[in-house]
Design a protein around this ligand. Structure first.
Ligand code: CP
Ligand code: NVA
Length: 304
């Protein structure tokens, strides 16, 4: 097992399945009141440079359920927000904490933190990727569909952090992946390189209905991510039609699932009607953040 979780490509198929199996076990134990204090006495630091509901609450609760505690560290209050170098922050926090979850803008900041820290670093979202979310997504797909083999994943919208991690995660576990993005908003070049050897298993198009055709799982995400608020109006024009709606559901497989990492903007990337029709899958996905991240923390932080 690796030392950190910095991006989806850090994990091979076996490691992903291992995390998902442990996540399912922890979910069962949580629901049945069976204690699982694998991280007793440990402390997770959670550095946030962006807002969060799910990531913050699921990591904090998860750490508590594992017998440890979590510290919410807003970059507004940390010296890192006043320019203290990340390499110094990393070396200091490594002497107090047992692990760090960080949500920030630049992927490089997370990679630098991992380079200088001696404790596990978990990426809780960057502009580049969102691996914790995609582990929860894969867990939800497996719960609803029973596995991954032969399934087609479709992502509609911005080639953002979610698209990047879904492409890598979906292909790694053996799904077909089709992505519909407008010109100028494609996934990251590194991710497209990752997908190249997969040949026809991966498709990138600007045609929403082509991407959604026969899809078993449909994903979308906001048109303007955190940090892009100033582009919101321009993006509303660029992404018009990049929406999960009845027309898209009609061409997808009959029993297609819908997933959304949340927060959702109804009538932008998804209609309220489709959202509500698939709310059980979407909120199970949100719940699985808790279980999947607990599994990641146990894998990375449990003292042998
Ligand atoms: N999906 C997700 O990461 O949600 P938060 O931004 O609320 O953490
Ligand atoms: N793409 C979104 C995901 C939020 C969980 C963002 O980065 O804001």
């Amino acid at each position: 097992m690796m030392h950190d979780l910095l991006k989806m490509a850090d994990l091979n198929k076996e490691e992903i399945l291992d995390i998902l199996n442990l996540a399912m076990q922890l979910k069962y134990e949580t629901k049945n009141g069976i204690a699982h204090k694998h991280l007793a006495g440990q402390t997770l630091g959670m550095i946030f440079q962006k807002a969060s509901t799910r990531t913050r609450v699921s990591f904090e609760t998860g750490m508590y359920q594992l017998g440890g505690q979590a510290l919410f560290l807003s970059s507004r209050d940390l010296q890192i927000g006043r320019g203290e170098p990340v390499e110094d922050t990393a070396r200091v926090l490594s002497r107090y904490l047992d692990g760090i979850m960080i949500r920030t803008f630049a992927q490089k900041e997370v990679e630098d933190l991992a380079e200088y820290a001696s404790i596990p670093i978990i990426n809780g979202l960057t502009d580049y990727c969102h691996p914790c979310q995609v582990l929860a997504d894969l867990q939800t797909i497996r719960e609803f569909k029973g596995g991954f083999d032969g399934l087609k994943m479709c992502y509609i919208g911005d080639g953002n952090n979610m698209a990047n991690s879904l492409i890598v995660g979906g292909l790694t576990v053996g799904m077909k992946v089709s992505v519909a993005c407008p010109e100028g908003y494609h996934p990251d070049a590194q991710v497209l390189d990752f997908a190249k050897p997969y040949g026809d298993t991966f498709k990138l198009t600007d045609n929403v209905l082509e991407a959604a055709k026969d899809a078993d799982v449909l994903f979308t995400d906001v048109w303007a991510s955190m940090g892009q608020e100033g582009e919101a109006e321009k993006r509303k024009i660029a992404f018009k039609g990049y929406q999960i709606n009845d027309e898209v559901m009609d061409v997808a497989a009959k029993d297609a699932m819908v997933q959304h990492c949340l927060p959702a903007h109804r009538e932008e990337e998804i209609t309220a009607k489709v959202f509500e029709a698939h709310a059980n899958e979407i909120f199970e996905e949100a719940e699985n953040r808790l279980h999947a991240q607990k599994a990641v923390m146990v894998k990375l932080m449990q003292k042998k």
